[in-house]
Design a protein around this ligand. Sequence first.
Ligand SMILES: CC(C)(COP(=O)(O)OP(=O)(O)OC[C@H]1O[C@@H](n2cnc3c(N)ncnc32)[C@H](O)[C@@H]1OP(=O)(O)O)[C@@H](O)C(=O)NCCC(=O)NCCS
Length: 174
Amino acid sequence: MLLYTATLKDGRVVLIREFRMEDKEKLFQMYESLSAEAVRWGMPPYTRDRIEKWWLSNLQNLIPIVALHGDRIVGHAQIFTPAHARRKGTADSAMYLHQDFHNVGLGAAMLPKLLELARREGLHRVGLTVVAENARAVRLYEKFGFKVEGVLKDAYFGEDGKYHDELAMALILE
Ligand SMILES: CC(C)(COP(=O)(O)OP(=O)(O)OC[C@H]1O[C@@H](n2cnc3c(N)ncnc32)[C@H](O)[C@@H]1OP(=O)(O)O)[C@@H](O)C(=O)NCCC(=O)NCCS
């Protein structure tokens, strides 16, 4: 059971733990209150319906963690493990933090905890794609050992009406 307290760069303290189904409403509330900037390089809208469909109905293939500040979920990160035998040990990951908690080290506190769970599950590879201009996310992933494996040219159609490159990144866990 993961239970970890982190002190952020601005002194706030958050609790990081595995997601539980009873957190559902708080998770919806975090996603519903994300600013346009926070989802600028994501795949909005993050409505209740889509969260239910994409994630909560697929929990058997997910390793989700949350960060709580008081009673509020302020961060959510997860690993998706495909069920197919030919994808054994491989996974994709994603992380979203509430904008009130950007750039104060919450991502850096959550990512190693997520990777710890990935290792515990015996996973071999954790991959992700990130819009190349999402420099903060790229920096965070690189800091924890993810390597850029390639560029997906014009793979992301931005809210600015333009195509943007994505980077394929991954970490081999051994
Ligand atoms: C991307 C995200 C998860 C990063 O988490 P975070 O808590 O904000 O990041 P941290 O504060 O832990 O670390 C960010 C690092 O990037 C650096 N950084 C910040 N802005 C940067 C920029 N414009 N260019 C390069 N580096 C930058 C910071 O200095 C820090 O590095 P350091 O600790 O070595 O100083 C978070 O900002 C977020 O949820 N963003 C919106 C959703 C999103 O884009 N998710 C990723 C989708 S793949």
